[in-house]
Design a binder for this molecule. Structure first.
Ligand SMILES: [Zn+2]
Length: 234
């Protein structure tokens, strides 16, 4: 209960900061953030969201994403370290035919009114990637940087959806007895002095769920195993 309360306070704090203390609903976006569903979807909680972001790790891609797709709002998804490319793309394509709002955003970007989304699923450590999974390479990070940079002139929030948290000095990416295991190349992007206004939604490290961290170019929120609504200002 204490953890839930802490999570609520953290998310409320982030929403408050990002909203710039404004209560002008027209300028606000309600985002459902979800990650590491692992067979426990909770779509009811996200009714009223403008769209949903799912940051990877499904027990079964279709079964975990479908309840959110049925809400009829856009659902932007990326793979984690547990999906094979074949399963992920086949099932997303199948779902996209049945529920138009399901959109794969791994290695892609969307330019929306008032904000933008950039996606980078997969993981950097091959020891945690399934065979034929999404192992990230240098060109994936470079591609993400180019997409983030391309939006800078718009002066709008950029939601950067990643499976791994960036490396941090907080509990967000901390695994007991192991240490901080976040992605250093994603941290480089979050600290890139040519980038700004970035809201990174990530998952993967269950121990760091609900924890956020601050970087030079914006904030990160670890949504591993949680389903929450956050509000940002356009
Ligand atoms: Zn993971």
């Amino acid at each position: 209960m204490k953890k839930v309360l802490m999570l609520f306070i953290v998310l409320l704090g982030i929403a408050f900061i990002l909203s710039g203390c404004s209560d002008n609903a027209a300028n606000e976006i309600k985002i459902g953030i979800v990650s590491d569903i692992h067979g426990n979807p909770d779509a009811e909680k996200l009714k009223g969201a403008d769209f949903i972001l799912i940051a990877g790790d499904y027990a079964n891609v279709t079964l975990d994403i479908e309840p959110y797709a049925k809400l009829g709002i856009p659902v932007y998804v990326i793979p984690g370290n547990h999906e094979t490319k074949e399963d992920y793309y086949n099932e997303i394509e199948d779902m996209h035919e049945r529920y138009l709002p399901v959109i794969d955003i791994h290695g892609k970007a969307v330019d929306l009114p008032g904000f933008n989304i950039v996606g980078l699923g997969g993981y950097y450590d091959k020891d945690y990637i399934v065979e034929n999974g999404f192992l990230l390479n240098d060109s994936d990070y470079e591609n993400a940087r180019e997409m983030l940079f391309s939006f800078m002139s718009q002066d709008e929030p950029i939601i950067f959806l990643t499976h791994s948290p960036p490396f941090s000095d907080t509990k967000m990416d901390y695994v007991p007895n192991v240490g901080n295991v976040g992605d250093k190349k994603i941290a480089d992007l979050m600290n890139d002095n040519q980038l700004s206004n970035i809201i990174n939604v990530c998952g993967h490290i269950h121990e760091g769920k609900g924890i956020s961290a601050e970087y030079k170019s914006g904030y990160s929120i670890n949504s591993a195993t949680i389903t929450e609504l956050i509000t940002i200002k356009k």
